[in-house]
Write a protein that binds this ligand. Structure first.
Ligand code: MN
Length: 285
């Protein structure tokens, strides 16, 4: 099942190039009082929600996806986990390019672990990317994003996939420079998630998916998730040896080689096999 959030926070089920508005299914979500939960309520209720969506969908007309504004399919993640330098060839390019490494040693992911991005950086493809530091190098990074479905800590890799609800395309936009990753990658709009959320059962094996990013039609990044240094299961084992994950938490699994700068006016096309394709406009903030 492919679920999107569109226009004015409508919930949609995606079928080919069409969408059916199944917002009425959200009625089954619990009403929360302060303090709010740490999880995303939609993802936390996904099993029940899917049944409700299926029963509603047949009676709702299809409308073209091209006419809707796609927001981040996950509205309220508790945290955004991200893997640095998790493809071998990207590690090599980062070590060779001073524009990327900024005189810092680029260590393997096994030594530096994961980092966190601010949830306020999250947008959907239709919202676009707004660059704030135009005097700096701002890079694109396409990544497979896994969405946590079941809470857990100290999750062994053999059980990791039980905790994944589904997948999206993620962009981990980055200001290059000497500061901490969490600062440089948390600029508003620097986490793009979309075009929709694909439930895990619809993906099959996430460890062999082609991914591709083009800037103004020119392919810049092209790889396959089989080249991840730490796979999704290992990342979840590693992350949860430090902290608890909750439904709706987003795991950006790392970007392959080919990262490069973007400018206002650029148009990015990001594609991952089994998920889909999204276009994102870059502008000055
Ligand atoms: Mn990244």
């Amino acid at each position: 099942m492919k679920l999107c959030r569109f226009d004015n926070d409508r919930l949609g089920i995606v079928e080919g190039d069409a969408v059916r508005d199944v917002t009425a299914a959200l009625d089954i979500l619990p009403r929360h009082a302060y303090p709010l939960p740490r999880h995303d309520p939609l993802v936390a209720s996904l099993t029940a929600l899917r049944l409700r969506i299926e029963s509603l969908a047949a009676n709702v007309p299809r409308r073209p996806l091209a006419g809707v504004k796609l927001l981040s399919p996950i509205a309220n993640p508790g945290k955004i986990l991200a893997a640095p330098v998790n493809y071998r060839k990207h590690l090599e390019e980062a070590r060779e390019d001073p524009g990327i490494h900024h005189q810092k040693q680029v260590a393997e992911i096994q030594k530096i672990g994961l980092f966190l991005k601010a949830t306020s950086s999250l947008v959907g493809p239709a919202e676009g990317i707004a660059l704030r530091h135009l005097d700096r190098r701002n890079d694109h990074e396409i990544e497979l994003a896994a969405v946590i479905g079941k809470p857990g800590r100290d999750i062994p890799r053999a059980r990791a996939f039980e905790h994944i609800a589904g997948y999206c395309i993620g962009l981990d936009m980055t200001v290059r420079g000497p500061e901490e990753r969490s600062l440089r990658k948390s600029v508003d709009s620097f986490t793009v998630l979309g075009p929709w959320f694909v439930t895990a059962d619809a993906i099959g094996d996430p460890s062999a998916l082609d991914l591709r990013l083009a800037v103004n039609g020119e392919v810049r990044q092209q790889a396959n998730t089989r080249d991840l240094i730490l796979g999704i299961a290992e990342l979840i084992e590693f992350a949860t040896s430090f902290y608890t994950v909750h439904p709706g938490d987003i795991l950006l699994t790392g970007t392959p080689e080919g990262v490069g700068p973007v400018q206002p006016g650029d148009r990015l096309t990001a594609e991952i096999q089994g998920i889909g394709r999204m276009e994102i406009a870059v502008r000055a903030a």
